[in-house]
Design a protein around this ligand. Structure first.
Ligand code: ZN
Ligand code: MN
Length: 439
């Protein structure tokens, strides 16, 4: 038989699953404090979150409202009828033998998020569930032991699932950054990956193949690792398919040192979990009025804030988004209000985003006072500058020549020369303008 090499271009199909711990003061189905990071093990527990027989769960209304709020911020449809389901699996950190989650009637579904590049990533759902306990692997008296801490058991956990609209590691990273900014703006979670309050999973496959499959990479605790894991998987799966092998449907782990993934176990299917409605919690029913009240609490979201800053203060996209992402936009606005007219808003913004000042230690007033005294010391006298500029042009024939040959970036070098001559006090905008006129 003649071997034909079909050169079909393989397309990466990537979906993300993000688990986010909510910032509520109490747990999802009991009154225990939800705080669990660096807390003495097994001190924030009760019969409910330990899964003792007969204990009854009562849903945390704040967690429900925050999930609806998140759904609204992510353009989801809010289900007026929702319910909790039991998802069964065995693991030592899951005391009940099942997790209370949501299956076919999540709080919200069918949303989307438009990432910075302008691409729309569709969201399958935003649902609410409970976190599990934590296993601690320790060596005690020479013995390798696994201990269980149930402080995290029952902490409200929101799950956000995308449709497989992502096509690269960098796009996944962008999506995650945008999502985190929204969640932080909503103040529903601190999204701190080191504390485990934001946990990431990627589902990666390539198309077309002879039969469909999905590879899940778990426990990715930074956006960079997501990017690296996806790149590794795309290369690994491309190679397999090139050899005529369809990659196995499985769950893989990621090694951040080698930047590679490794097989952990075959992936479960939904039927493996034996989902059924949680009999101890009645279905949730919401009126339009209830949902609208939550809608009224929606703050201005990052993208909206960015475009407002760009419009009102004539900032470029990068300065505006850095102000918003670093939560320095209020500080910036205060500083602009205090500034005299000769100091422009973009100048102030650039100063803040270039981290030349620290908003934690410098008040907006101090920032402006410094700027004013600096600009007073600046040489803005055209005649004086012109003399220096002409001198610089005369003594730098080579860069001047390359400027005339079209290498206009050398102007930065010439500005630098003027700055050196004036000990950094030349007004940079004026220097640039005069240089251009005289070159
Ligand atoms: Zn409890
Ligand atoms: Mn989950």
């Amino acid at each position: 038989m003649k071997k034909t090499k079909l050169k079909t271009k393989l397309k990466p199909i990537i979906g993300m699953e993000v688990h986010v711990e909510l910032n509520t003061s109490s747990k999802m189905f009991c009154g225990c404090p939800a705080k669990h990071f660096r807390i003495k093990p097994n001190t924030h527990t009760c019969p409910v979150c330990l899964g003792l027989p007969g204990a009854l769960p009562v849903p945390n209304q704040k967690a429900v409202n925050w999930t609806i709020l998140t759904g609204l911020a992510l353009n989801c449809q809010i289900n007026k009828q929702s319910k909790f389901d039991r998802k069964h699996y065995f693991y030592p950190d899951l005391a009940k033998g099942y997790q209370i989650s949501q299956y076919d009637q999540p709080l919200s579904q069918n949303g989307f998020l438009i990432i910075t590049s302008g691409k729309k990533i569709r969201l399958n759902r935003v649902h609410l569930e409970e976190d599990t306990g934590k296993l601690l692997h320790k060596k005690i008296k020479g013995q390798n032991l696994t201990l269980v801490d149930f402080n995290r058991s029952g902490v409200p956990l929101m799950e956000i699932v995308t449709e497989p609209d992502i096509t690269s590691g960098s796009e996944a990273k962008e999506f995650l950054k945008n999502l985190r900014d929204i969640l932080r703006t909503l103040k529903v979670s601190d999204c701190d990956m080191e504390k485990g309050s934001m946990r990431l999973e990627a589902n990666i496959s390539l198309s077309p193949t002879s039969r469909p499959y999905k590879v899940e990479v778990k426990n990715l605790n930074s956006f960079r690792f997501v990017d690296q894991a996806i790149n590794y998987e795309i290369a690994r799966q491309t190679k397999l398919i090139g050899q005529g092998i369809t990659p196995k449907q499985e769950t893989r782990g990621f090694n951040s040192k080698t930047k590679t993934t490794h097989s952990q176990r075959s992936k479960e299917e939904a039927q493996d979990y034996r989902y059924f409605p949680e009999p101890d919690i009645p279905p949730l029913v919401f009126t339009d009025e209830y949902i609208n009240k939550i809608k009224d609490q929606l703050p201005t979201l990052p993208e909206e804030k960015i475009s407002l800053l760009m419009k009102k203060y004539k900032l470029n996209h990068s300065a505006a988004s850095l102000l918003v992402i670093n939560q320095h936009d209020q500080y910036f606005k205060k500083a602009v209000k205090l500034a005299p007219t000769n100091i422009s808003a973009p100048t102030i913004a650039n100063l803040i985003v270039n981290k030349k000042i620290n908003p934690q230690t410098t008040s907006p007033k101090q920032l402006i006072t410094d700027l004013v005294s600096k600009s007073a010391a600046q040489i803005s006298d055209e005649k004086l500058l012109l003399g220096i500029i002409k001198q610089v042009i005369k003594t730098n024939p080579k860069p001047v020549k390359s400027y005339h040959q079209g290498k206009t970036t050398v102007i930065t070098y010439l500005i630098g020369q003027v700055m050196a001559q004036t000990k950094g006090q030349a007004n940079p905008q004026l220097t640039k303008k005069l240089l251009k006129q005289n070159l």
